[in-house]
Ligand binder design. Structure first.
Ligand code: ZN
Length: 287
């Protein structure tokens, strides 16, 4: 049996003040990786970050976008995934050197995780945590602890051979009176969730997996949401970047090549702008 491709599920434990999320990705993983030629361990880490970003965007209480970036002094100089409330994901890795490293510490080195949240309505805000834990999942739990002060645990799975990624999130809800009991319930649910094996999360459908884990609890499962790979680049966004270039420089590029090309790092789409399209940006050139 195979999973229904690329689904995010949210659920709630009745009476326990704890919520959960489960994401299982196939096509999204393939679509993001197939555009690039990353080493296996790098793809695997990017897969984990895609699953993590799905889980993070699903915690948003408003419409908007989340960008999660890892920056460090290791072979991966930069790794970023963007996702939004529609669960449209894209991701990219910039390797500063070839590597056969496998762990997060070896791949990214000393650095930070930067989480930028951009609501469609309102000001963006950013949280930064040092990458001090051994796994991405633990770094994210650390982020929730320091930035949001909500007890949260995350499990991430990624397999470059199977071309699949998945993840689970368990979070304490802030309401309720009996804090001590709530924390015990939360710890108990985390222990159960911790028993998930990769072959289960990669093969079982959400309902079967959640039943296997939490059959002693009452779980309320919400409407699942489809996750897709979708790059957010556009001709319009390219023009915003082009507007930053000096008109004289633009003019000289056009003179030399006849057009200006911009290629999206994420999806490799090339946008071509000829002199006619660039007229508004060439206006103040003195002849
Ligand atoms: Zn693109």
């Amino acid at each position: 049996m195979t999973i229904k491709n690329d689904v995010l599920n949210r659920y709630l434990f009745d009476d326990l003040h704890v919520r959960g999320e489960l994401v299982q990705l196939k096509d999204t993983y393939k679509d993001i990786m197939n555009l690039h030629d990353y080493p296996a361990a790098v793809s695997q880490l990017l897969g984990e970050l895609v699953a993590a970003t799905c889980l993070l965007t699903a915690t948003l209480k408003f419409e908007g976008e989340i960008a999660v970036q890892l920056q460090g002094d290791g072979p991966i100089g930069y790794l970023a995934v963007n996702g939004n409330h529609k669960q449209e994901m894209r991701g990219i890795v910039r390797l500063s050197t070839d590597t056969d490293a496998t762990t997060l510490r070896e791949l990214v080195g000393k650095g930070n995780m930067i989480i930028t949240i951009r609501p469609d309505q309102g000001e963006p805000y950013q949280g930064v945590v040092a990458l001090e834990k051994d796994t991405l999942a633990d770094c994210l739990a650390h982020y929730f602890e320091v930035s949001e002060q909500i007890p949260t645990k995350i499990w991430l799975f990624s397999d470059n051979e199977k071309q699949q990624a998945a993840g689970c999130l368990v979070q304490l809800l802030p309401d309720g009176d009996d804090k001590e009991k709530q924390h015990l319930d939360f710890e108990h649910l985390c222990q159960i969730t911790n028993t998930i094996k990769s072959d289960e999360i990669f093969t079982l459908e959400a309902e079967a997996l959640l039943y296997r884990l939490y059959h002693q609890e009452t779980v309320q499962l919400f409407e699942p949401q489809q996750v897709i790979y979708q790059c957010s680049c556009s001709e319009e966004k390219c023009l915003t970047t082009i507007a930053q270039i000096e008109p004289a420089e633009l003019k000289s590029i056009i003179k030399e090549r006849g057009h200006v090309d911009m290629t999206c790092d994420y999806c490799k789409t090339t946008y071509t702008f000829d002199e006619f399209k660039l007229l508004p940006f060439l206006n103040d050139i003195k002849h």
